[in-house]
Design a protein around this ligand. Sequence first.
Ligand code: DOR
Ligand code: ZN
Length: 422
Amino acid sequence: MAVTILIKGGRVIDPASKRDEIGDVWIVDGKIAASGHAPQRTIEARDQWVVPGLIDLHVHLREPGHEAKETIASGCAAAVAGGFTSVACMANSGQPLDSAMAIRYVLDRAREAGSARVFPIGAVTKGLRGEQLAEIGLMAKAGAKAFSDDGVPIVNSEIMRRALEYAAMFGSCIVSHCEDPDLTRGALINEGRVATELGLRGWPSVAEASMAARDVMLARWTGGRVHIAHVSARETVEVIRAAKRNGVRVTAEAAPHHVTLTEERLREYDSRFKMNPPLRTAEDVESVLAALADGTIDCIASDHAPHTTEEKEQELAACPNGVVGLETTLGVVLTDLVTNGKLSATRAVEAMTVNPARILGVPYGTLAVGAPGDITVIDPARKWTVDPAKFRSKGRSTPWAGRTLKGAAAVTIVEGRIVHDV
Ligand code: DOR
Ligand code: ZN
């Protein structure tokens, strides 16, 4: 049950209402209120940040079908532990989310789990096969907040065109996993110096940038809205920057690993650094980070992609792409980007709250009076060491295992319910 909560004396950062000041925040009847009385719960937030509940718009929850990797309940538990009050989940579970029934299934399981909000992303094509459009309209009516075949690219431009047009009728965007598969077949890591030295086949940046260029052109042509997932390359940033300048309805996200780590980490063939798109060069990292700082890239999204330990412990060529991120994203962003001044606190919060909310078209990500009472209280000074054995997620593979981070979610509140409190 929602109780009256007073969060006292914290640094309130709400980019949606351009607020950054010391103050109190009230939640009454599950909503943000200007004031209240007789709080049942008072949270002392001195030296802490009080921000809208964090939103991660790129998460793989794996259910239905791959429950050994993650379930909706385990993924939601990981989300709230990491400070996320909402996650959008991708359609590439074991049973692709390509029907209204599948969308309803995810929403039901999320309701049962009762912690983070889950916004299902429906598949663009039936079975994620890239051949026939899925029932976008029916899925939108059932509660899908965006559409994507993420995990695999949509190669057929006619399908992408129709998908953009169709989704626009429901106010939704297409989340594009940009990859030209003819350019990446057999590739394990970035095409570049490390791949050459190790004798591995590389994944060239142009495979991402060329598809992003096609997608922004199709968005421009159709008037539809495209969101470029996990931007990893400098050339992709240039495509998005130019498209935004031309008024194209394009948004983009970057994953924490793509703004902090480089291909150099693959020298030991360590599968904890294998994801798709791959880690790239220092110039790419610099460029993606600059784009995040200047708003060319709108959001930070984890691309939380859990796999079983058995799967990830295979040799580099055999192990699947993907690392978990829900429980490390906030700490990594604070430690590696905000504390050292690469990204302002306001920009970081904006990229994890109001921006993803707007892209998904949901009324969260703000502390405006009357908004849903979703709040994350962040302790920016808390030091902790990443121990995958302690994750709520079933996925254990992370580039940051053993790393000491500074900054963590102290309290996570969804609709006035405290779902995480340390
Ligand atoms: O690393 C990745 N893992 N990239 C993707 O595009 C898909 C994801 C997954 O589903 O495991
Ligand atoms: Zn992807």
